[in-house]
Design a protein. Structure first.
Length: 133
């Protein structure tokens, strides 16, 4: 396991580990003005967290589901005429999954989008970045 290593040597090429990918994502998309972001408490939200960053190009919404047991659908209410432009999802089958040497157990999927959304399914054991413009 890489534990908290950010990169590893793969036959002379440096590759990012899971924490490396996460820090890169935060460094690129987590810079801007923090805006109010709340989670409805009508369900057990103790395993769900969210944060929103206003940038010069739009709004970046970070969502985390630390539950090992449930996916949840979140209603998304954003003031303004924002459209989902891109989504990045980081997830794994278990908490001890990693990306290191011959181990590649973490799924990182980025997709371009062009949609007005008002809800999002947040899978268990996932970190999600939604980019709105």
């Amino acid at each position: 396991s890489s534990s908290w290593a950010l990169m590893y040597d793969d036959n002379g090429k440096y590759k990012k580990t899971a924490p490396g990918y996460l820090l890169e994502l935060m460094g690129q998309k987590g810079i801007g003005n923090s805006v109010e972001c709340t989670i409805d408490k009508s369900f057990d939200a103790s395993k769900i967290s969210a944060g929103a960053i206003k940038t010069k190009n739009g709004l970046n919404l970070f969502l985390v589901n630390t539950s090992n047991d449930f996916d949840t659908t979140l209603n998304i209410n954003i003031d303004g005429n924002y459209r989902l432009n891109k989504q990045t999802v980081i997830t794994a089958d278990r908490y001890d999954c990693d990306i290191y040497n011959d181990t590649d157990e973490i799924n990182i999927i980025s997709e371009n989008k062009d949609a007005k959304i008002n809800s999002f399914v947040l899978n268990k054991r996932s970190i999600v970045l939604l980019l709105f413009i």
